[in-house]
Design a protein around this ligand. Structure first.
Ligand SMILES: Nc1nc2c(ncn2[C@@H]2O[C@H](COP(=O)(O)OP(=O)(O)O)[C@@H](O)[C@H]2O)c(=O)[nH]1
Ligand SMILES: [Mg+2]
Length: 209
C-alpha cells in the first residue's frame, strides 16, 4: 500500500491594509525586513521548507483585495490561514472579526489557523488590548502570537511553525478519514457481492429441486 506524505499546503494571509502582511510573509521567507511595499498588490509565493525526508512546499497568498468574492475564493482555496491585525489599528482587529464569521460559515470552526497581533514594538500607541486578541483567537479556535515583524524573525518563524504543524495534523486526519471511507466502500462492495452470491446460490439450489 502506498503511504501518502505531507509535501505541501496552501496558506492564505488575511488582514486589513497596512497591518504588515507583506512584511510578515517576506520576513518568514527571507528573514529580512523590508519596510515598504505596494499595499494593493496581491502576491502568490512558493516557499520550500527543506527536510531530510520530504521537502514541504508552501503556497502562500499575501492578500490585498477587499471585495467579498475574492475573499470567499481565498477561504475556499486555503488549507490554512494567518489572520493578522495590528495592535495599533482597531479597524484591523474589527476586520478579522468580520472575516471570522464568513470563514466559520464557509469552512466550519476547525481549520488550521493562527492569529498574529503585529506591531508589538508600538505599545505606546496600542488600540487593541491583549485580552481582545485572546478572545478572537479563542473564537477562531487557534493560537495567538504577539510579534513585531519589524523587530525580529523569531516570532514570525515560531508562528509559522505552529501553522505548519497544524497543517500536517490536518493532512494526517484527512488521510485516515479517506482510508476509513475506502475501507467502508470495500466492505460494502463485499457485502453486495456476498448478498448477490447468496441469492444466486439459493436460486440455483431451488432450480435443482
Ligand atoms: N512599527 C512597525 N511597523 C511595521 C511592522 N510590520 C510592518 N510595519 C510597517 O507597516 C507598513 C505596512 O506594512 P505592509 O507589510 O505593507 O502591510 P500590508 O498592507 O498588510 O501588506 C509598512 O510601512 C511596514 O514597514 C511592525 O512590526 N512594526
Ligand atoms: Mg501588502
Amino acid at each position: 500500500m502506498s503511504v501518502r506524505r505531507f509535501t505541501g499546503a496552501k496558506i492564505v494571509v488575511f488582514g486589513g491594509s497596512g497591518v504588515g502582511k507583506t512584511a510578515f510573509v517576506v520576513r518568514y521567507m527571507t528573514r529580512r525586513y523590508i519596510g515598504d511595499y505596494d499595499r494593493n498588490k496581491e502576491m502568490l509565493y512558493n516557499h520550500k521548507i527543506p527536510s531530510p525526508r520530504d521537502d514541504v512546499t508552501l503556497e502562500i497568498i499575501d492578500t490585498a483585495a477587499k471585495d467579498n468574492e475574492n475573499r470567499e475564493n481565498h477561504i475556499k482555496w486555503g488549507d490554512g490561514f494567518v489572520f493578522i491585525y495590528s495592535i495599533t489599528d482597531r479597524k484591523s482587529y474589527e476586520y478579522i472579526n468580520t472575516l471570522k464569521d464568513m470563514l466559520v460559515k464557509i469552512r466550519g470552526p476547525d481549520m488550521p489557523a493562527i492569529v498574529v497581533a503585529n506591531k508589538c514594538d508600538l505599545l505606546s500607541v496600542r488600540q487593541v488590548e491583549d485580552s481582545e486578541g485572546v478572545t478572537l483567537a479563542e473564537q477562531l479556535n487557534c493560537p495567538k502570537f504577539d510579534v513585531s515583524v519589524a523587530e525580529g524573525y523569531s516570532g514570525v518563524s515560531e508562528a509559522m511553525e505552529e501553522l505548519v504543524i497544524q497543517l500536517k495534523r490536518e493532512f494526517v486526519k484527512n488521510c485516515s478519514q479517506a482510508a476509513v471511507t475506502a475501507n467502508d466502500k470495500t466492505k460494502s462492495k463485499l457485502f453486495t457481492f456476498k448478498k448477490g452470491f447468496k441469492k444466486r446460490i439459493s436460486r440455483s439450489h431451488s432450480d435443482t429441486v
